[in-house]
Design a protein. Sequence first.
Length: 157
Amino acid sequence: MGARHALSLRLTINGTRHDITSDPDTPLVYVLRDELKMKGTKLGCGLEQCGACAVLVDGKVVLSCVTPVEVFDGQAITTIEGIADTEVGQRVQQAFVKETAAQCGYCTSGLVIAATALLSEDAAPDEETTKTALTPHLCRCGSHPRVLKAIKEAAST
Ligand code: FES
Ligand code: FES
């Protein structure tokens, strides 16, 4: 089966409208990285198994490596490039920096996205709730203890 014909789609990313012309079956992460040159969203497993490709869609965490871009037509997407546009996202980002909650950094944008979604819904989550929210996000460098510290810090500021 070949690629479908390119369609004109309208994505709203970090508050800016982007009119794109892509094969509508292309997963969102490829459109972000390759077409729009927004490289902050990482491609890890490509199988919805690692969390590296997380973005926010209408405030909820969505993995962008499998779902076709056409599903996001007309929805409000936030990527790591726009995460500091909200007060919560800015706090999370600053806490990750303060706690040096990254090593290679490959998983970090997904974790910042997940932490921002969590604290937007629950301003003071307990550790179990935080761990549950982070479960889909793998870190091969073992930065999770510092990530937990950063989220605690962001929650208390
Ligand atoms: S790249 Fe999407 S979950 Fe791993
Ligand atoms: S900091 Fe390297 S994978 Fe998480």
